[in-house]
Design a protein around this ligand. Structure first.
Ligand SMILES: [Zn+2]
Length: 227
């Protein structure tokens, strides 16, 4: 199983909390292509101090967003490496319609395309439940979850008795807002690929093995598999 042509990419779309990270690595190895996460790529370029990394850093130093075109430059640079000769699985990009357009234009100029877009779908309330409700111990940093791994006493660490606190990122209203922003920006991207007939929806609200099986079915369709 694998991608046939250079620069034919598979996109993995899914909100924060959809469990995309683990599934992306699994799917990439199944397809025999690299897993390319835009966030990792950006970090790597900045650490290595490449021309693209320095350009990105200058925007970040000014408190600006890294422009889409620069992220697309990094993705194309990644696609030029030998391990991506059969394409790549892109994770975390595009998140918006302009990003999708920018990526598609650039791929088209290289003779490539988005082959298939997989959307890992999880209901909003489940996403919030998964992401919110984490509490940390002030003393030993042990981690608890209100639902999945609660402390025996609501405000104290089981192992050291330290006080538990919640990072602002883990507060329910902050999480709900982060998910809402993702859905607002990214659902138009999902609809775009649906109209193009290359969208595969995968139910992410089921056990991990079932999600894997659904992902395999999504990429096993004829247009994705090499002849
Ligand atoms: Zn503790």
């Amino acid at each position: 199983m694998g991608l046939q042509q250079h620069d034919d990419v598979v996109l993995l779309l899914g909100a924060p909390g959809a469990g995309k990270g683990t599934q992306a690595r699994f799917l990439a190895s199944t397809l025999g292509v690299p897993h390319v996460a835009s966030g990792d790529l950006l970090r790597e370029h900045r650490q290595r101090g490449t021309k693209l990394g320095r350009a990105a850093q200058s925007y970040m130093d000014r408190g600006d967003l890294v422009p889409d075109s620069l992220v697309v430059d990094m993705l194309c640079d990644r696609l030029d490496r030998p391990d991506a000769r059969r394409g790549a699985l892109l994770d975390g990009f595009p998140r918006t319609l302009p990003q999708a357009q920018s990526l598609e234009d650039r791929l088209a100029r290289r003779g490539g395309q988005v082959r298939v877009a997989i959307y890992v779908e999880v209901p909003m309330d489940v996403l919030v439940e998964r992401l919110a409700g984490r509490w940390l111990c002030k003393r030993c940093q042990a981690s608890y979850h209100e639902v999945f791994n609660p402390a025996r006493r609501a405000d104290r660490c089981d192992s050291c008795g330290g006080e538990l606190y919640q990072r602002s990122d883990d507060k329910r209203e902050v999480v709900a807002n982060r998910v809402a922003v993702y859905l607002r920006d990214t659902l138009p991207v999902v609809e775009r690929y649906e109209r193009q007939g290359i969208l595969r929806r995968v139910d992410g609200d089921q056990p991990i093995e079932a999600v894997r099986a659904a992902l395999l079915r999504a990429v096993a369709e004829p247009e994705v598999v090499a002849a």
